[in-house]
Design a binder for this molecule. Structure first.
Ligand SMILES: Nc1ncnc2c1ncn2[C@@H]1O[C@H](COP(=O)(O)OP(=O)(O)OP(=O)(O)O)[C@@H](O)[C@H]1O
Ligand SMILES: [Mg+2]
Length: 265
């Protein structure tokens, strides 16, 4: 079984703040893994570091199908087969989705006719045919945006797909549709990492592994039952099972009333 995404000892800091403190995570080809973790634990930072966002001082290793990603430019990583759907998909008014996809095809040296057919077929498959003529993500609902991103992945066939918070803000039906779209993306040629806060979406897909991130590290990995444990007992259940101390609450900030007492009114 070969590994699509192999992360070892990955660290990321901004100035003196260490956000990722040695992440180890493997996603084999053909598998769908879920990454869960409390707010601020470093999940989106992991995505940004994999894509090559330049804000971070990074260390360790992240390999895509055996090739080191760290140190490469954003477009080189994409060319190697890394694709991400972001927590907040960007809207690009004035650029039609179909036009954009065709341009990507040209940049990749694809045959325009065959690529056009592929766009139409995948649009049908992911139920986004109506969006092809519209600007990218402009005025699409949250669920529609996510479906549009899945469609782009369906056309471009990445080797590694990372989907940050694909179910946040979606209604119950849209969560199921997005989960089904992830299952449609599954193939022996791709490893998929799905970041989510809710076990609900995992009920609609056959997730192979669940990983839990806390304070910049993967602290536990297991099957879908791990997501159920989180649903029932929250992160405290996992913390107490693993003997991890809960993060200290920030000291209370001065109240607005205290701050305003010196003002002349
Ligand atoms: N560029 C940056 N500069 C300073 N701090 C940052 C930067 N990027 C991320 N952080 C901090 O790193 C921590 C992890 O953030 P991150 O967005 O990765 O969390 P997350 O696990 O995705 O949380 P959520 O579940 O809320 O999306 C947070 O405390 C965040 O404020
Ligand atoms: Mg996040």
């Amino acid at each position: 079984m070969s590994i699509a995404l192999e992360i070892k000892g990955l660290t990321a800091s901004v100035g003196t703040v260490e956000i990722l403190k040695g992440v180890d995570l493997d996603v084999p080809f053909g598998e769908v893994h879920a990454l869960m973790g409390p707010n601020g634990s470093g999940k989106s930072t992991l995505c940004h570091v994999l894509t090559g966002k330049s804000d971070y001082e990074v260390g360790g290793s992240a390999r895509l199908d055996g090739t080191e990603l760290l140190g490469k430019e954003v477009d080189e990583r994409a060319a190697l087969g890394l694709m991400q759907a972001f927590q907040y998909p960007v809207e690009i008014p004035g650029v039609r989705l179909e036009e954009f996809m065709r341009e990507v095809g040209v940049a990749r040296g694809e045959d325009p006719g065959a690529f056009g057919e592929q766009i139409a077929a995948q649009a049908e498959r992911f139920g986004v045919t109506d969006f092809l003529r519209r600007s990218i993500n402009d005025d699409l609902s949250g669920g529609e945006k996510k479906r549009s991103e899945m469609f782009q992945m369906g056309v471009l066939s990445p080797k590694v797909a990372v989907l940050d918070e694909i179910d946040s803000g979606l209604d119950i039906d849209a969560v199921r549709q997005v989960a089904e779209a992830v299952e449609q993306l599954r193939s022996p040629d791709v490893g998929i990492l799905v970041i989510t806060h809710y076990s609900r979406i995992l009920g609609h897909m056959a997730v192979d592994k669940v990983h839990v991130m806390m304070q910049g590290r993967i602290v536990d990995s297991g099957g879908a039952e791990l997501a159920d444990e989180l649903e029932d007992g929250g992160y405290d259940a996992v913390r107490s099972r693993l003997g991890i101390e809960a993060p200290k609450k920030e000291a209370a900030a001065p109240s607005v009333r205290d701050t305003l007492t010196d003002l002349p009114f």
